[in-house]
Design a protein around this ligand. Structure first.
Ligand SMILES: Cc1cc2nc3c(=O)[nH]c(=O)nc-3n(C[C@H](O)[C@H](O)[C@H](O)COP(=O)(O)OP(=O)(O)OC[C@H]3O[C@@H](n4cnc5c(N)ncnc54)[C@H](O)[C@@H]3O)c2cc1C
Length: 417
């Protein structure tokens, strides 16, 4: 495979004119290639100039976020009839990779909106709900997020305590969600709409995972408010993270998504595209860091020669390139096989995130090392990318959660094919 992702024709194909049919793992169709070029150009022209300032200010760039709606990215996997671009998991990977190469914090907001909310909602809502909500979400009129985690239940998500009790034509929600990306827009303003998981059966009452339901909770609903806005994050500072509080929150029955008690399945299925696109963000971070260290190693001299002549620097560059390409190949192969409408693809969605999160952090770390003191300050961007990369080992599932899931899924497998 070439560094551009082109798979060369097999030897028996050479000379038969089949070389022109070589497939590109990373841009399997012309549509994917055009999408990549469009997102890369947006990222370079519009994202790059503001990334450092919004990171420093811990602020969310709402006007720029809305531009993603004009580009058709906010509903990238949503059908066209609801305002989306109706593209596949590979396209979602391309968009996240290209945006994260420039501004991972901004990209995390995009992921929460487009994957955690829009993709999830589209898969599980009914047509009346889709018609009312998705056009506003796909255009960027509404900023959306998803609430699963709670202060005392992260990895152990099924231990969540938020409850929803039916009372006539409404559900009454009580509890709080923690760490919610896009929970706040400014310092005091809530995001517009959220997919919130809550317990509709008491612990142990219904076995087999039928205790959770999900609800569309909208800004302005009685009893719904912003709790704390979480500040001083290590990285991903251009996305907001907040606590959402529900105090006898009144949610119409029409906002129940799917059937009552059916949402553990929704949650597990959506974690697959979440983990895949978080892995795609890792690819963007790693590529950018590799580009920066590679260029610097040629420009900077020490002891009369460019840094790239030193074996230890060669090791940083060589290992980073090989690991980035390994992660990239794994992510794109997994994306090509991922069916957004089906579950049961956890093994590799956990696998790509497990591998790529640490790969990106390691590549960013090596980039800082190759740049020396210049790597440790903001100008060369690798310190911001390193801080952002760390979140990918925690959010959307910790490394330990992925290890646990993979070991569980391989329990009965004797031969790997
Ligand atoms: C910036 C940011 C944005 C986020 N955005 C969202 C969002 O939009 N929506 C949302 O719902 N959540 C969000 N989260 C929450 C995130 O998914 C959780 O932080 C994550 O799942 C880990 O949960 P926790 O923080 O409660 O850690 P814990 O689950 O308490 O884990 C602490 C440590 O214990 C380990 N551990 C726990 N259980 C086991 C086990 N069985 N075996 C071995 N080790 C274990 C973990 O791996 C970890 O190392 C976000 C978090 C951050 C930091």
């Amino acid at each position: 495979m070439g560094g551009d992702g082109t798979v060369a024709a097999r030897p028996e194909q050479r000379g038969c004119g089949l070389r022109s049919m070589a497939t590109d793992l990373f841009n399997p169709t012309e549509e994917h290639r055009a999408l990549r070029e469009m997102v890369r150009s947006f990222a370079e022209k519009d994202l790059e100039p503001q990334a450092a300032a919004f990171d420093r200010a811990e602020a969310f760039n709402l006007p720029l976020f809305r531009k993603l709606g004009d580009l058709g990215l906010l509903g990238i996997t949503v059908p066209e009839r609801w305002g989306g671009a109706e593209m596949d998991a590979v396209a979602a990977v391309v968009a996240h990779e290209e945006l994260a190469a420039v501004d991972p914090g901004f990209t995390l907001s995009y992921l929460a909106h487009a994957m955690l909310f829009a993709n999830n909602f589209n898969q599980n809502a009914d047509d009346a709900q889709r018609r009312r909500v998705l056009p506003k979400v796909c255009s960027g009129q509404w900023v959306a997020g998803m609430g699963m985690s709670e202060a005392h239940a992260g990895t152990d998500a099924l231990a969540m305590k938020t409850t929803a009790v039916r009372d006539g034509d409404r559900y009454v929600l009580n509890g709080a969600k923690m760490w919610i990306t896009n929970g706040a827009i400014g310092d005091t303003e809530l995001g517009d709409c959220f997919l919130i998981y809550a317990r509709t059966a008491a612990d142990g009452q219904l076995r087999g995972g039928r205790q959770l339901s999900s609800f569309l909770v909208e800004k302005g609903m009685p009893g719904f408010r912003l709790g704390q806005k979480i500040r001083d994050k290590l990285g991903m500072r251009a996305s907001t993270t907040a606590e959402l509080v529900f105090e006898d929150c009144q949610v119409p029955v029409a906002n129940l998504i799917g059937s009552e008690g059916d949402s553990t399945r929704h949650m597990m299925r959506n974690l697959e595209i979440e983990r895949l696109t978080l892995a795609a963000m890792s690819l963007g971070i790693a590529r950018r860091c590799l580009e920066i260290m590679n260029r610097y190693a040629s420009e900077r001299t020490a002891f009369g020669q460019p840094l790239r002549h030193f074996g230890q620097v060669q090791r940083y560059i060589g290992e980073s390139y090989a690991q980035w390409m390994a992660g990239r190949s794994y992510v794109y192969a997994t994306a090509a096989a991922l069916d957004l409408g089906a579950g049961g693809q956890r093994l590799d969605s956990d696998g790509v995130k497990l591998y790529c999160a640490t790969m990106a952090k390691d590549v960013a770390d090596r980039a800082i090392q190759v740049l020396g003191g210049y790597g440790y300050v903001g100008e060369y961007k690798v310190e911001r990318l390193w801080r952002d990369a760390k979140l990918l080992e925690i959010g959307g599932g910790t490394l330990e959660a992925h290890q646990k899931n993979i070991a569980a899924d391989l329990r009965r497998v004797e031969v790997l094919r």
